[in-house]
Design a protein around this ligand. Structure first.
Ligand code: GLU
Length: 506
């Protein structure tokens, strides 16, 4: 099925993909898929000074790990390529000419230091320097230089192109619309004449972005709130070309764990929490990603999906497919939402619970099969117990060992903490006897048998259970005792219990 719904994620590869960018990609993906449309990745690499090949790889690898797979993009191509702006250079040149010819854009030849001087002058007066309708006639540009001079400077490539945002006497108000925030009025007199083409022959972000969104037939632009101030310029550019603008939605900020201020990569270090989907290393530091910390990709996606959106009911646990079904652009919130790491861990625990113990067993097979304490038939039962008690999949194996371990050295100390009596010791001896005699009885029967013996000897169930646990494991607490009793090989159990009796008696 094909329709006109096309959304894109358009990262600038100047740094790694952080969770804010991941959320933007995810929302674009979810909206496009929920409407039966296409999801596109476009690399916005027109800033050649800040371009970083490793960043591009980090972005694409992160999306891939998260299962946010594009229908079109730099790696898989498509009908509207190339999908890297640096490869679309010639096209922008032609488009710029159209605007220069129509008079909506003009050449400017000011030197950087000349403009810097102006900026300083303004600062001295407590004003903000802005190159616009009021003062463009004071600078070196198409309005002020002779045709000869202009030609000469253009032939040397010594120029930028600026957009003529407003002209005295024209209608100065524009209404831009945003799917999340509604209509917004903007006073054009307050905007500057943005550079749309640079000296290095590359367009600026604004120009390339609008041209590509049009040429790639993008239906919805969903991006971070930091781009809201640019929306008026983008609307004007569409108008200049006589193109219909797409729908726009600007996503709320992701806030620091404290809820105050925008989350930054420095917060990762400050709070010891991951801010990148996969690990990123720069010359001085390594920032561990969610993947390397041990998160399931599904839980990261679920966690991120709810920072800034809600389904309108109590449901919190979603798979990617469920998110596609539930997602609705209208339920994206306006205000910032905070990054709560404890919540991320909770999501991971919930997603872990959904993985079957058989599947986890496949990963652990070799390690756990070597274990001599475990009753082979009960390995998946042990995994199920461990799975409920950890934050990350990689902790399961150790938790399995922990559950079946025998902390011999702690027995005496722990015995003192509980209500242990000679009566109980006698009952446990009786229990060992039944263990020896009945190799095949299951945990339900064993439990019944032990409880009956406790009752006969007038012992409280709680005291009897605690004593048996300490003698079996050395520990005072843990998962269901009779389940562990079935997991550990029967002869090992008997050896342990007899050893514990010896320790207590000595
Ligand atoms: N390249 C821009 C960024 O990285 C894209 C913004 C947009 O989606 O329009 O934020």
């Amino acid at each position: 099925m094909s329709n006109n719904i096309r959304l894109r994620f358009a990262p600038s590869p100047t740094g790694p993909l952080h969770i804010g960018g991941l959320r933007t990609a995810l929302y674009n993906f979810l909206i496009s898929k929920s409407l039966g449309g296409k999801f596109i990745i476009r690399i916005e690499d027109t800033d050649r000074n800040r371009f970083d090949q490793r960043a591009e790889k980090h972005i694409l690898d992160s999306l891939d790990w998260c299962g946010i797979i594009p229908d079109e993009g730099p790696l898989n191509g498509g009908d509207y390529g190339p999908y890297r702006q640096s490869e679309r250079k010639e096209n922008y040149r032609q488009r710029i000419q159209e605007l220069i010819e129509s008079g909506d854009a003009y050449y400017a030849f000011d030197k950087t230091d000349e403009l810097d001087d102006q900026r300083k002058e303004s600062e001295k007066k407590g004003e903000t320097f802005i190159y616009n309708w009021e003062n463009r006639k004071n600078f070196k540009n198409s309005f002020t230089l002779s045709e000869e001079e202009i030609k000469n400077l253009i032939s040397k490539g010594d120029y930028v192109v600026r957009y003529k945002t407003y002209n005295e006497g024209e209608q100065n108000e524009i209404v831009v619309s945003d799917e999340i925030r509604g209509d917004i009025k903007v006073n054009l007199k307050l905007l500057d004449d943005k550079k749309i083409f640079k000296k290095d022959g590359m367009p600026t972000y604004h120009f390339a972005n609008v041209v590509d969104d049009y040429e790639m037939k993008i239906s919805h632009v969903v991006r971070g709130e930091e781009w809201l101030p640019s929306l008026a310029l983008h609307f004007l550019l569409y108008k200049s070309f006589n193109w219909n603008p797409p729908k726009f939605a600007h996503l709320p900020l992701i806030l620091k764990p404290t809820g105050k201020g925008k989350l930054s990569k420095r917060d990762g270090e400050k709070y010891g929490i991951p801010v990148y989907p996969i690990t990123w290393e720069d010359s001085s530091k390594k920032f561990e990603g969610f993947r390397e910390v041990g998160f399931e990709n599904s839980s990261l996606i679920n966690f991120i999906s709810l920072i800034g959106w809600n389904p309108g009911d109590e449901k919190e646990i979603f798979s990617l497919d469920e998110l596609i079904k539930a997602f609705d652009i209208k339920r994206i919130i306006k205000g910032g939402a905070k990054y709560d790491y404890d919540k991320a861990i909770w999501f991971n625990q919930e997603h872990l619970k959904k993985i079957t113990s058989d599947d986890i067993y496949k990963d652990l097979e070799k390690e756990i099969d070597k274990n001599e304490l475990v009753n082979e038939k009960k390995i998946t039962t042990l995994i199920s117990l461990a799975k409920e008690r950890v934050n990350f999949k990689k902790e399961i194996f150790n938790e399995c060992l922990n559950i079946i371990s025998y902390a011999e050295g702690d027995i005496l100390g722990n015995m003192k903490k509980i209500n242990f009596t000679d009566h109980i010791l006698k009952t446990i001896k009786g229990f060992i006897k039944s263990l020896k005699e009945s190799k095949n009885i299951n945990s339900v029967e064993l439990k019944e048998n032990y409880f009956n013996q406790l009752k006969e000897n007038n012992i409280k169930i709680g005291d009897g259970m605690k004593s048996l646990r300490v003698m079996m494991t050395g520990k005072i607490s843990g998962p269901d005792l009779f389940t562990i009793l079935e997991i550990i090989k029967r002869d090992i159990l008997i050896i342990r219990l007899e050893k514990s009796i010896k320790i207590i008696n000595d």
